[in-house]
Ligand binder design. Sequence first.
Ligand code: PLP
Length: 410
Amino acid sequence: MDSQCPAPFPAGFADTVRSQFPLLQQNPDLVYLDSAASSQKPQYVLDTEQAFYTSSYANVHRGSYALASAATEAFENARTAVAAFLNVASDEIVFTRGTTEAINLVAHSWGSTLRPGDEILVSTLEHHANIVPWQLLAQRSGAVIRPIPLDQAGQIDLAAFHSLLGPRTRLLAITQAANATGTRPPLAAMIAAAHAAGALVLVDGAQGVAHGKPDLAALGADFYAFSGHKLFGPTGIGVLFGRRDLLAHMPPWQGGGEMIASVSFAGSSFAAPPQRFEAGTPPIAQAVGLAAALRWLGTLDADALAAHEAFLHSRLEHGLQQLRGVRILAGNTPRAPITALHFDKAHAFDVAQLLDARQIAVRVGQHCAQPLLAHFGISSSLRISLAAYNTPDDVDRCLAALDETLDILA
Ligand SMILES: Cc1ncc(COP(=O)(O)O)c(C=O)c1O
């Protein structure tokens, strides 16, 4: 089923990495700086998914014939691969459509135990996917959302966070890295404090997962969610990690085939996790593709990758500091390789349009993070996000184009 997985890269690998991405090869003049929205896909992932469809494809967990067994094995091997990647057990991994669905699963299932007056702490760094499901839960249950404010730098206000923790706190919902600014909150300290207060913690790993392998056993989060498409994998596949003892007591949130133990009109009983939370035909080929993405990622030297991203990020920000009228949002907080910009004299949309005319793809707008932008008193920003396949030339072209653009718009 697998095509050949490339060998580990030597140092100085930016061009080698880039050469693995057909879209970038076919568009040599494209500077893709929107990986925080979705990453491009290496040939290996595309080949593996296609090979699965052409050699091993059938529905999973239901057929008794050899092909169905092969498909089921590939799907369950993908679960094992995700579990190994996160350093947790396979039965703690639920496949979802993405981060959004994973968080909604927790809000519906675990959230059904909440009572009026229970409190959910949600940070101001969050993507709407880690805000709105909790608001909907609050409407259903009478629970209360307590927003965790930020300090002037755009980092979590730890004193305020501590003062919000109390006997009614049931959950802390916190990102590993903010998609709109890249800010990494002090997760370890926040998780320890939430646990000490008797609350659970859900970490939104959608951005964090792409910039360093998470060790959930060490992190100690109770729930962790991420999307395959931001990690060089396919769309339509995401992951919810849930602690085994929590999943065991959580009710199903969607009903259908595969999530049951037995069904009669007198009533139904449900499968054990993770199947209890995977009603219907799952994203089978996408799971196989995600496992391929993890294997592909495993061929990169993790230290070299981190150094490469840090180098590009500091080259970018050093260059930005030379430009007049450009503000880096949360520039003094520890961050993933994401840079959000606000311009004194130009509108972010106009800048992005002129960059697009120069084949430089960046994200502009509210980034599904309106509370975070409101904290900075702005309604839109321009975001540059970096990934393994970006090169120093990408950064330099972006800087030169920004310089030119800001001159035009001045
Ligand atoms: C921090 C964060 N959380 C959640 C999401 C939602 O991810 P998805 O749309 O893949 O469900 C995103 C997507 O940009 C994100 O950046």
